[in-house]
Design a protein around this ligand. Structure first.
Ligand code: GTP
Ligand code: MG
Length: 465
């Protein structure tokens, strides 16, 4: 069986994280993973595709069940080293219908068909001789092999594992599928490329494609976030009135719809980002990134993600306008406050700088037909920062989230997150765009592109922090 891309069988003892490693390396959250030994029953292939091209293919296999018995059989057929793989083939042929060796046959078959070997052990458990039968069997196949030490728990037996594994494998690496980031993933691929000369070039090519692809994902993510902010700031909700004047209920209704529209925009953006990073199952199964109990318009959200009064003033004042004009700018739509001095604003400013007031409700007259009320575009200066903070936090979590994660993990909302992405210089640049988005004119495509580029810079800064 020949194929153009490198293929590897991920093998080892039951319950050592083989499937987790396949899941992490193939960015596939459909791999079956559980803490019950024997979860993987049959070998399954997981190709990693980028733009339709298979970069490499991993085989998730069942764990060894009867390695000492298999090895004993092999040793009853002594041959020279160059013939040992034939003994493995003879074992497979002879035991194909023997259910006692189902798992061994499943894991050996892809190797005999040409796959390289990735042997997985748990570095938090002591080394013991019982693994030697497994490693001996693998050696019989004659296929290129490497070992990965997965630190499942906190105890650390890495050194003794290394001493043992290095006698059997050319390359031994520590790899944690739960926490490994992109750079560790790439470093592992670099190691794999060294396993066999024929794989070096294709693997290097794959790594280059993979890196370009990663850049593209960052760009797509930034574009989703940029569009979210633009649409949230510029969106307008309109409600036809029953009578001539707007009733209290009608005002509440338009505000309710307006808020829901913003919530829906945020939710849709989160879904898109999860899709971009192949994490479609995240929300459904884990509900983990939904900012539970932290509504977009809650005080808690505002205090964690929003700007303080002073920060807002800095943003406005440095976005091009003088302080006086900056204040005028702040109160577009609030004619009452136009030209007011900072000190005199008082309570009204807190409505503006605070989080209650999003936009004025305007009553629109129409010569034909009925009157209506309208809410939007966004006047609240803080909301774009809240939206951005939440979107960046969400995206950064998704980007760093292992595809091998199956259990719910709570993240502590970190109030210092803001300092990771928002410096004064950045506020100034952002504020310029936010002002444009709030104006009712259609924003030109290139403005949105520039804003996307700015968001991408921030996103990468956050990811590197
Ligand atoms: N904390 C932590 N848990 C891990 C890690 N790797 C695997 N696990 C957990 O260990 C258990 C077994 O992982 P699997 O990937 O299913 O192991 P396997 O080797 O494929 O197991 P079988 O298919 O049963 O042979 C799962 O509950 C995983 O979530 C790790 O690096 N850290
Ligand atoms: Mg498994």
């Amino acid at each position: 069986m020949m194929s153009s891309h490198p293929r590897f069988a991920v093998v080892g003892h039951p319950n050592k994280g083989k499937s987790s490693i396949v899941s992490a390396l193939c960015l596939d959250d459909t791999v079956q993973i559980s803490d019950t030994p024997g979860t993987t029953v049959n070998t399954r292939s997981f190709p990693l595709r980028v733009d339709g091209k298979v970069l490499y293919e991993l085989f998730d296999t069942p764990g060894f069940q009867r390695p000492t018995k298999v090895l004993a059989w092999l040793q009853q057929h002594p041959v020279s080293a160059d013939k040992k793989h034939e003994v493995i083939q003879a074992f497979i042929d002879q035991h194909r219908h023997d259910s006692a060796f189902h798992d061994e046959i499943e894991l050996l078959e892809p190797i005999m068909a040409g796959a390289g070997i990735v042997y997985v052990v748990d570095g938090s458990k002591p080394y013991s001789q019982e693994y030697e039968a497994e490693m001996e069997i693998l050696r019989y196949t004659g296929q290129p092999s490497m070992a990965l030490i997965n630190p499942i728990d906190t105890s650390d037996y890495t050194q003794e594992w290394k001493r043992a594994l290095e006698q059997y494998f050319k390359i031994v690496r520590v790899f944690n599928p739960m926490t490994a980031h992109f750079e560790e993933h790439m470093a592992l691929l670099e190691s794999i490329a060294q396993l066999k000369q024929e794989w070096t070039e294709p693997m290097k090519h794959s790594i280059a494609l993979f890196k370009a692809h990663q850049e593209h994902l960052f760009e797509q993510t930034a574009s989703v976030i940029a569009r979210l902010v633009y649409e949230a700031l510029s969106s307008v909700e309109r409600l036809p009135l029953r009578g001539k004047e707007a009733s209290k209920e009608e005002k509440q209704e338009v505000e309710h719809r307006y808020k829901n529209r913003l919530r829906a925009l945020e939710m849709a953006a989160q879904k898109s980002v999860e899709h971009i990073w192949s994490h479609d199952h995240l929300k459904k199964e884990q509900q983990r990134l939904a900012f539970e109990g932290m509504d977009l318009f809650s005080q808690e959200t505002a205090s964690v993600f929003g700007l303080t009064r002073n920060e807002l003033l800095v943003a406005a004042a440095t976005s091009g306008a003088s302080v006086g004009a900056g204040i005028d700018l702040l109160f577009v739509g609030h004619t009452l406050l136009l030209g007011a001095a900072i000190g005199a604003i008082g309570g009204a400013a807190s409505a503006f700088l605070g989080f209650n007031e999003l936009s004025e409700i305007k009553v629109l007259g129409q010569t034909l037909g009925r009157r209506s009320i309208e809410m939007g575009p966004m006047v609240n200066k803080n909301l774009p920062y809240i939206l951005l903070g939440r979107a960046l936090y969400h995206a950064n979590t998704v980007i760093g989230y292992s595809h091998a994660m199956r259990s719910r993990v709570d993240i502590v909302m970190d109030s210092s997150f803001k300092t990771k992405w928002l410096q004064d210089e950045m506020k100034k640049s952002l504020e310029k765009y936010h002002t444009l988005f709030r104006a009712k004119e259609i924003v030109q495509g290139d403005v949105l592109e520039q804003y996307t580029a700015l968001i991408q810079t921030i996103l990468k800064r956050v990811a590197d922090a």
